[in-house]
Design a protein around this ligand. Structure first.
Ligand SMILES: [Zn+2]
Length: 173
């Protein structure tokens, strides 16, 4: 898995959006053609629906990029991608494949864990062993385990800087 962003949410949503645009274009062209052949009103409706398909596809493409560049807003972007993917059915839904990919992409964006790297970090997520003095009373760190004020990484004793984000930390002991 990549740690630097919601890559799969981006890929799925991007392809979904592009398929929606393509399908919308086809539908618009088909509508125009039908209009030319005398379908008139029906052709106009088809063109309009195709136009909406293109529009939804464009927004999904923009949102796909937005999820990748602003992962902190992944939930909002993901929900919007999901909803727009469902709406894109009016423009053909990217040959229906676009709907499926858009739903997957949107769901991946919603489920994206911003702090995924924490699980892979050997320092974070584990309790720092508490030093116990010879007489059985807990050591100084037991009462106040020192963590980075910025990223909450456990700090080694006597550290002046956070080993993870380099934030200077005040010495309290
Ligand atoms: Zn830190």
């Amino acid at each position: 898995m990549e740690d630097d962003g919601p890559v799969w949410a981006f890929v799925f949503s991007l392809i979904a959006g592009l398929l929606m645009i393509l399908d919308g274009l086809f539908e618009s062209l088909a509508g125009s053609l039908a209009d030319e052949l005398g379908a008139g009103f029906a052709g106009g409706i088809l063109s309009a629906l195709g136009f909406f398909g293109i529009l939804f596809g464009l927004v999904v493409v923009i949102l796909a990029v937005a999820v990748f560049r602003r992962p902190e807003n992944h939930t909002m972007f993901g929900i919007t991608i999901l909803v727009l993917s469902l709406f894109s059915v009016v423009g053909g839904g990217g040959f229906l494949v676009g709907i499926v990919l858009g739903i997957i992409g949107g769901a991946l964006a919603i489920l994206f864990e911003e702090s995924e790297d924490i699980a892979h970090d050997p320092v974070r997520g584990h309790d720092v062993p508490t030093p116990v003095l010879a007489n059985g009373t807990p050591g100084p760190r037991a009462s106040s385990p020192r963590v980075c004020p910025n990223c909450h990484t456990a700090l080694p004793p006597g550290a002046a800087r956070c080993p993870d984000c380099e934030t200077p930390v005040p010495r309290t002991t």
